[in-house]
Design a protein around this ligand. Sequence first.
Ligand SMILES: *Cc1c(COP(=O)(O)O)cnc(C)c1O
Length: 383
Amino acid sequence: MDRPIYLDCHATTPADDRVLAAMLPYFTTYFGNASSVGHAYGWEAEAAIAQAREILAAAIGATPEEIIFTSGATEANNLAIKGVAESYFSRGRHIITLQTEHNAVLDPCRYLASLGFEITFLPVQADGLIDLDTLEKALRDDTILVSAMAANNEIGVLQPLAEIGALCRDRNVLFHTDAAQAIGKIPLDVEAMKIDLMSLTAHKVYGSKGIGALYVRRRNPRVQIAPQFHGGGQERGLRAGTLSTPLIVGLGKAVEIALKEMSAESARIQGLRDRMWQTLQSVEGIHLNGHSTQRLPGNLNVSVEGVDGQALLLALQPVIAVSSGSACTSAKIAPSHVLQALGLPDVLAYASLRFGIGRFNTEEECDRAAHCVIDVVQSLRDR
Ligand SMILES: *Cc1c(COP(=O)(O)O)cnc(C)c1O
């Protein structure tokens, strides 16, 4: 039996063959521990990690010393948010984030609230974008951190990072961004955007799973974070644990490829997305969720009136691997908190589909998927 067409690239992506090829020698031949400073096995691993660190730093306009490897964006978000809270609480205990953030940002914030921090969960506009005036009004003298994502994992909306960064820098507030969906898809520059901390992950950009990084600014200003893992002192004491050379090589290679191919790939994928949306608009009562242009090239999030969300997903399953809301919350049947934050009524939030089109999707696949959605909606309505 054919497997369904994979259109869930916001959940994860397959590793690029070039990424896998780069990683393989580091599982076997070059298996050394980068902390073994006394012999060649350690030096080989250290050199490969240094190269990946340089690629990552260059990709976001940082220096290699500002990159800390983590197990992914969840850990990077935890390290950034809890690490800043622990280091700056004597200056203030107020943190601002968005209602549309990933749970890997919301949950650390809720945890900090339980410890006595005050969290503002900022609403967004109906198109998913932050209102900069609302943000400005929410900033207080005791605000230590603003955490606002670069690209949303459900609706693909791209927040105005440079504007948020400028506002934060002006008020002497640190700015963290979760760029898990953005790295390799849109240009990122920590200087131009005045970003102080940035979370990254490899598996959304055709890299290795279980690896990511946190960028932590070292100058103007020097950002302090309290480590959340203690142990062997790796990553300058900020994240203990033996570094996974193969996974880190995979992260570096994935980002290198994505950057090199970004403009051509974005244009192609956006073309597929726009074509799919064009086709889907023949469905009566279909709505686009999130800003129509200020979004990731491969993201299409729609709601369909008058159909049951669960029945829709169930009927699509054999043909299309797609998700409703975010994969992390789809195990429990609750409307997506992101769509709710846009003000969508629950029935529309339930009957939503998130398409994530990626590097390996073809025009034929997208056409077939769109026509399948049209047929399924029709048959559900005919019942
Ligand atoms: C996938 C994702 C995460 C979690 O990243 P992991 O590397 O899987 O821990 C966090 N934030 C956003 C926006 C994501 O899309």
